[in-house]
Structures are given as structure tokens and as C-alpha cells.
Design a protein around this ligand. Structure first.
Ligand code: ZN
Length: 216
């Protein structure tokens, strides 16, 4: 799979949050997966990591003994996610995601959402949910708003909504202000990795009734 140019990248908030290691696990997974597809975001995160390290060094040197500082820096260094430098994988799923799923696309245990749409919830810590979404080519996801933040990373195919078109490696950052109806492009089924930190707010009754069942 080619590493095509990514058009929709991370915002500063997410880059900083990721560099600082403070994102919920589900968001961390989406960002790490995006980083292995997007040189621009990876460079951004690396510069935040460098700034973070420099700030730490200048503020802490005065207060801490050199041994304590060395320990601290060492700890930060070892805790830094390896994924930022991960090599792009050959499959549909980049390496950070393969590690979660335990393989590529064929290892996913899908659950039907109706209309050919499927999802697989990935095990992450509480506070945010990560899921894989399979949207058949030409099919729409029910239109919905968001209570919190939703990150959607395209891994295969493409979708379009009120905002733009999103292809492999692109990440859409949706929040309370956005009401959208993503539609998978014709030609190829669309597979996305999405993370939400609050339940979505669906605009029609049926999807709303299904919400507790599917933990959307
Ligand atoms: Zn959404």
C-alpha cells in the first residue's frame, strides 16, 4: 500500500496531547495509527516532544539534583511511544493498529450494525472508545452530532461529508459544532478507525434506540 499524501492532519491540541502522553488510550491509538501514515503530523509531534524535553530541562535543572534529572529524563524517554517512528506496514492496518487487533483486516471480529455496516470495538481503557468501522461503498453512516470529540481515521477507501472528502491516512476531528453524515465513496468499501470520548447524539430515533446496544 502506498503512503499517499495526507490532506487532513492532526491539530496542535492533539499533537501536544499525544507528545505529552495525556490522551485517553483510544485517542492515543488513533493518533499513533495516523502518525504512521502521515509525515507532517509525525514531524509536528516530534517538535512538541523536543519542546517538552527542552522546557523540562531548563526548569528542572535548577531544582533537581543531576541524578534525579537524569532519572526523570530517562523515564520520559522510555515512556515515549515508539509508534511515532514506526515503519509503514504492508497491510491495510498500520503497525500500531495491528498490535491492538492482533493482525490485519482478516483478524477483525466484526459485528453487524445493519445496512451492510459493521463495527468492531477495540479494548481500550475507560474514558474513550475506539472502534473499527466498515462502511460498504456508497453507503451512508446515520447523520449525527457529537457530545464530545470524535476522531475518524480512514484506513481504506474514502468518505465524504459536509466538511470534505477523507481518504487513507486522513483524520477528521469532529466536535459539538459538527453535525455530519459521512458517506463512503463508490468503488471501494471504507474502513475507518474512530475514537469518541462521549456517546454520539443521533438525530433520528432508530439509531438512537440502537445506541445502548452498540455502545456508539
Ligand atoms: Zn461523527
Amino acid at each position: 500500500m502506498k503512503n499517499m499524501t495526507v490532506k487532513h492532519t492532526l491539530n496542535d491540541e492533539l499533537m501536544m496531547g499525544y507528545a505529552a502522553g495525556i490522551l485517553p488510550e483510544a485517542f492515543n491509538l488513533v493518533v499513533a495509527t495516523h502518525l504512521s501514515l502521515c509525515d507532517e503530523s509525525r514531524a509536528g509531534v516530534e517538535s512538541y516532544e523536543a519542546v517538552g524535553g527542552a522546557v523540562l530541562e531548563s526548569t528542572e535543572t535548577a531544582k533537581m539534583s543531576s541524578g534525579a534529572l537524569a532519572d526523570c529524563l530517562k523515564r520520559i524517554k522510555t515512556e515515549q511511544p515508539e509508534v511515532a517512528k514506526a515503519k509503514p506496514s504492508e497491510g491495510v492496518f498500520p503497525n500500531p493498529l495491528q498490535a491492538y487487533v492482533g493482525g490485519d483486516l482478516d483478524a477483525v471480529k466484526w459485528r453487524s450494525l445493519g445496512n451492510g455496516t459493521k463495527q468492531a470495538i477495540l479494548p481500550t481503557a475507560k474514558g474513550a472508545t475506539a472502534r473499527l468501522l466498515f462502511i460498504p461503498a456508497g453507503t451512508a453512516v446515520p447523520d449525527h452530532g457529537h457530545h464530545g470529540t470524535e476522531l475518524t481515521l480512514v484506513l481504506q477507501g474514502a468518505f465524504a461529508d459536509e466538511v470534505d472528502r477523507f481518504g487513507r491516512g486522513d483524520i477528521e476531528i469532529a466536535n459539538e459544532d459538527l453535525n455530519h453524515q459521512p458517506i463512503a465513496e463508490m468503488g471501494e468499501d471504507c474502513i475507518c478507525l474512530a475514537a469518541t470520548d462521549a456517546p454520539l447524539r443521533f438525530n433520528s430515533l432508530l439509531p438512537r434506540l440502537m445506541q445502548p446496544l452498540f455502545r456508539i
